[in-house]
Design a protein around this ligand. Structure first.
Ligand SMILES: Cc1cc2nc3c(=O)[nH]c(=O)nc-3n(C[C@H](O)[C@H](O)[C@H](O)COP(=O)(O)OP(=O)(O)OC[C@H]3O[C@@H](n4cnc5c(N)ncnc54)[C@H](O)[C@@H]3O)c2cc1C
Ligand code: SF4
Length: 544
């Protein structure tokens, strides 16, 4: 860094010798701060950057790695992508003050590092793009006072909808349904539109997107990115600084540069997208990726923009390379869900974090960290998560999420787990998905009903049940699939809160017809199972 600042000083001196730099120019510098998920060349904080006067500050700080049990791959991904981005800025002539995690004097937190940087550079002002997380936003809001330097916080315009745009849409509405927001976004941004009508005549092709994967399907081999020297350096650092964190590094294969992120996008569009719709909800043992894009880490870091990703998908449809049900389903995830959850988070934080509409209090079972359970669907998913820092949406929602919902795991416990275990986990997107979608802790702000499902759903959408210690066809008893009795016990216990929900009318009608003994047997099985879970035991009381 010293050498880079030296170069800057040499440049300024040369400019003043030529009379090109006025004393005012030489004295002024703006400290432009980039956070780890702001790795976009067109990010607001870099707009108007003057290479001769401004410095970009990037900081690796211990606190960001340590405040949750982040997967080692996630920490490697962020730090390696930051280092590559800093190099790319330098190649464009930008002066970067990059503070490495193990740099002497690194104080370990954003705020104290910004204070140190202000001491080093004495900038006239600081410019930063609004952080995506509420926690960091509250730090940034104190920087002006703590550094005695003006701080300009610029809106993050990498999203389709600004926070204000979402607030305009949400204000005055009784329910915030993603589908309504999504249609407005389609119209507003002209994506998958034919004039004023949706492409193909329908807004939503979800009903075509729930196919079971044929048994003999061999999923495509996906493009992965072996670690380069920079990533390997970061791996060593992470193994040394975060040795006890969740997950392994052996399978690290995430893109850490924009060039590789664009290659990942091309790979997905050509080999994943055509079947993305059909098998969006399917699950298969030993096949964690199937036809999913694997693009969330690159999108969330800023290496790809949601606009270019949606454009690439739409182009594939218009050129006949991918069918409409796939492309619409994919665009809905990004233009719809991703923008919508950001809006919900922006509107409802910080109170949103404390919702517990179903009064769930159970501790997170140990197997969420170890994968040691004889429920095959959960074991496969958690093992895959530890290996790849990834599982796809239906595994998150209908396996680990569904189980947490029905077992009554405290929202905060499960939310911190989701924040830790995926390479793409950033609170603004993870928290609404967990609290709103997976465990209904917000009482229905996001989802119109809880996503609770019995083993029959998992059996229909996967091949897990055939090799499981439990029998998915049995509803009660020692051999029965726990998802079966947990499902009905959940409904029985939440009758007061959920039976009035029109979307839950069908299962509650079924329950009404059941004799009391049948309900009692279900509750007894569920209680016995949950007791064993609390004691970290499996079937028949054996230690897992
Ligand atoms: C409990 C739970 C926790 C989640 N936590 C995260 C998280 O921390 N970070 C994260 O990016 N996504 C999260 N999701 C949403 C979704 O599961 C992931 O975005 C997706 O699985 C990432 O894999 P992919 O890139 O292969 O996605 P694909 O299935 O290929 O989908 C394409 C893209 O759409 C976007 N997307 C899809 N579904 C959602 C959604 N529900 N909300 C927001 N964006 C979506 C993502 O950017 C994704 O890359 C969570 C979902 C659940 C149910
Ligand atoms: S039988 Fe039940 S626990 Fe086993 S894999 Fe199927 S759904 Fe999961």
């Amino acid at each position: 860094m010293g050498a880079q600042l030296g170069a800057r000083e040499v440049l300024l001196a040369a400019l003043s010798r030529r009379g090109a730099a006025t004393p005012f120019v030489a004295a002024v510098s703006t400290l432009r701060i980039l956070l780890g998920d702001q790795l976009s060349f067109d990010i607001a904080a870099l707009a108007g950057l003057e290479p001769a006067r401004d410095i970009v500050l990037m900081m690796e700080v211990m606190h960001e790695g340590a405040y949750a049990n982040h997967h080692k791959q996630k920490i490697v991904l962020v730090l390696s992508a930051m280092r590559h981005f800093a190099d790319a800025l330098r190649q464009r002539g930008v002066t970067v003050d990059y503070v490495k995690l193990d740099a002497p004097g690194n104080t370990g937190s954003f705020t104290s590092e910004v204070q140190r940087a202000v001491g080093r550079h004495r900038p006239q002002g600081i410019v930063v793009t609004e952080p995506s997380e509420w926690r960091v936003q509250s730090m940034v809001e104190r920087w002006a006072e703590l550094t005695n330097t003006p701080v300009e916080i610029r809106a993050d315009d990498r999203f389709f909808a600004s926070r204000g745009r979402f607030a305009d849409w949400a204000r005055g509405r009784r329910g915030w349904r993603m589908e309504h927001f999504y249609r407005e976004m389609r119209r507003e941004h002209g994506i998958l539109m034919e004039g004023k009508a949706p492409a193909g005549g329908d807004w939503n092709y979800d009903s075509e997107n729930r196919k079971r994967l044929p048994a003999r399907t061999v999923p495509p081999v996906r493009l992965r990115f072996p670690p380069d020297d920079t990533t390997r350096d970061v791996m060593r650092l992470v193994e040394c600084c975060f040795p006890d964190h969740f997950g392994g590094l052996e399978e690290f294969g995430w893109p850490v540069t924009r060039t590789d992120a664009l290659r990942a996008l091309d790979d997905f569009v050509s080999i994943g997208l055509p079947s993305f719709g059909d098998y969006q909800d399917a699950m298969k043992a030993g096949a964690p990726f199937l036809y999913h894009s694997l693009l969330a880490p690159a999108l969330n870091l800023g290496l790809l923009s949601p606009r270019e990703v949606c454009r690439a998908a739409e182009t594939a449809w218009r050129s006949g390379a991918a069918p409409l049900n796939a492309v619409e389903g994919f665009v809905r995830q990004i233009l719809g869900w991703r923008e919508y959850v950001r809006g919900v988070y922006g509107m409802l934080m910080p109170g949103y974090a404390y919702g517990n509409a179903l009064q769930a209090t159970r501790k997170l079972p140990e197997f969420y960290w170890t994968g040691r359970t004889d429920m095959r669907c959960l074991r496969e998913t958690i093992d895959g998560t530890a290996r790849y820092a990834y599982s796809h949406h239906i595994q998150r929602l209908m396996l680990t999420g569904n189980f947490a919902l029905m077992a009554g795991i405290a929202p905060h416990e499960i939310e911190r787990w989701y924040l830790a275990v995926y390479a793409d986990a950033f609170e603004w997107v993870e928290m609404p998905n967990t609290l709103g979608m997976a465990v209904f802790a917000d009482g229905g702000r996001m989802a119109s009903k809880p996503y609770a499902a019995s083993g029959a759903y998992i059996d229909r959408m996967s091949d897990f049940c055939s090799g499981c210690a439990y029998d998915v066809k049995q509803k009660t008893g020692g051999e029965a699939c726990p998802f079966n009795y947990l499902y009905w016990a959940f409904l029985i216990r939440q009758t007061d809160r959920l039976s009035g929900n029109p979307r839950m009318a069908m299962p509650y009608r079924a329950l009404d017809g059941w004799p009391a003994e049948r309900k009692a047997a279900i509750l007894a099985d569920a209680d016995a199972f949950l007791d064993r879970l609390d004691n970290n035991e499996q079937r028949s009381g054996a230690d897992p």
